[in-house]
Design a protein around this ligand. Structure first.
Ligand code: ADP
Ligand code: ASP
Ligand code: MG
Length: 419
């Protein structure tokens, strides 16, 4: 017997028929003798719809009230799945975030899970009840509803798996594993049987939305075994001891496997970044700090940063990227501080995409970055900014060239599946 946490994403929960299919998969897992908890997303499109209502109600919305609205999508699907499971003869009970409780901090709209009190959950699972938990939701220290940021149900699932000490956390989605790049963009993408936590963390953080970044860092920290697999399967649910999807593993487990690996594991594209340039910033100590300190205080993540060497008059341009969703706030904040920072103009550009290549093989091989630059240059694709880490190289390019860049890089690094 194993204890399994199963998570179903938005596409898998979209409508009564699909929820019935999910209920069937869950039931078969329980019938195989396993203890099961299920974490569900809202129906696909629902969270976007709810976010739009918030925007229409108040462009500069209060994140605490936004959470009240957007958390409702998962409340609906958790109740519907519990009802559907009951209809096919299972004992099932839904648990809202505040009921578990999934305790978070009070950073509304991007709250972090601090603690899950899992005793009641474990007792109910042991009694043969299927616990259905809405993903994405938590409860703040003040007792208010919080949400975990877009894609946060993955993190809910991993956190629940860690709290109930599950043998595995299966993330069921609309693709059958993690691929070398988004299989919806590149038809020749290949499915990876194994990916390391670190690689998955980098891939997620640079735009592979198949798993939310926080879910991967949590899985790495708590040593949760995570599998990504498809919910669009027929009658037979995969047995708990088989791995039809992609398993996220430690470096040691990867080395112990006999899998042949390419230098690059995967390529990701992120169109959700925006570029901000401040021109003629005074070239003196403290100038850059006065730009980034207020952004950090407002929880706005700055990613790539370029500062040119001052040319003359002791002035320089500073360019950086922020998430599109934070651009308006970042812009407002910097415009308010125009005089104290002392820049001349603020130029914002949302028409950029970040393309990243990721692989642990980079640690021991040179030339990954130069292959990237040459491949893009051969296609006339201009690089606006570059950033690197130990196992990743990212470039910022014009958004219109995203698909082309990903395709040519996929080929250049030898990742294309055989025709
Ligand atoms: P869910 O609703 O199940 O959470 P998401 O839409 O969040 O699903 O994530 C699954 C999607 O992630 C896939 O449909 C695919 O388009 C995208 N994706 C991006 N990069 C990858 C990748 N490297 N491997 C697999 N899927 C990827
Ligand atoms: N429903 C939320 C979203 O769309 C959370 C999730 O699906 O993971 O972002
Ligand atoms: Mg998702």
């Amino acid at each position: 017997m194993a204890r399994i946490v199963m998570k179903f994403g938005g596409t898998s929960m979209a409508g009564s028929e699909r929820i019935r299919r999910v209920a069937g998969i869950v039931k078969r897992q329980q019938e195989a003798g396993h203890e099961v908890a299920v974490v569900v997303s809202a129906m696909s499109g629902e969270t976007d719809r709810l976010v739009n209502f918030c925007r229409e109600a108040n462009a500069l919305y209060d994140p605490a009230e936004y959470d009240v609205v957007v958390a409702s999508g998962e409340q609906v699907t958790s109740g519907l799945l519990a009802l559907t499971l009951q209809a096919i003869g299972c004992k099932a009970r839904s648990w809202q975030g505040w009921q578990v409780p999934i305790k978070t901090d009070d950073a509304h709209a991007k709250a972090r899970i601090e603690e899950i009190d899992a005793d009641a959950l474990i007792a109910s699972m042991a009694a043969g009840e299927i616990a259905v938990i809405p993903g994405f939701q938590g409860v703040s220290p003040e007792g208010r509803v919080t949400t975990l940021g877009r894609g946060g149900s993955d993190t809910s699932a991993v956190a629940v798996a860690a709290a109930v000490k599950a043998d595995r956390c299966d993330i069921y989605t609309d693709v059958d594993g993690v691929y070398t790049t988004d299989p919806r963009i590149v038809a020749k993408a290949r499915k990876l049987p194994l990916v390391t936590y670190e690689e998955m963390l980098e891939l997620a953080s640079v735009g592979s939305k198949v798993l939310q970044t926080r879910s991967v860092s949590l899985a790495m920290k708590e040593k949760v075994r995570v599998q990504v697999l498809s919910s669009f399967i027929d009658e037979t649910a995969p047995a708990a001891d088989t791995i039809p999807g992609t398993l996220i593993v430690s470096d040691e487990e990867l080395e112990g496997s006999d899998m042949e690996r390419q230098l690059i594991t995967g390529i990701a594209a992120d169109k959700n970044e925006a570029k901000v340039t401040l021109t003629r910033v005074p070239d003196r100590p403290g100038a850059v700090a006065s730009i980034f300190a207020p952004l950090a205080e407002s929880n706005i993540n700055v990613d790539m940063i370029i500062q040119n060497v001052a040319k003359d008059k002791g002035e320089t341009d500073v360019t950086f990227t922020v998430p599109q969703s934070d651009l308006a706030r970042a812009q407002a904040m910097l415009e308010e501080r125009k005089d104290s920072i002392g820049y001349y103009r603020l130029i914002a550009d949302g028409n950029v995409a970040k393309i990243s290549v990721v692989g642990v093989g980079m640690r021991s091989h040179a030339g990954v970055a130069s292959t990237m630059f040459k491949t893009l240059a051969d296609r006339g694709i201009n690089i606006i900014a570059i950033s690197t880490s130990e196992i990743k190289v990212s470039v910022l390019i014009d958004t219109d060239e995203t698909e082309l860049a990903v395709r040519v890089l996929h080929t250049a690094y030898g990742l294309d599946a055989a025709a």
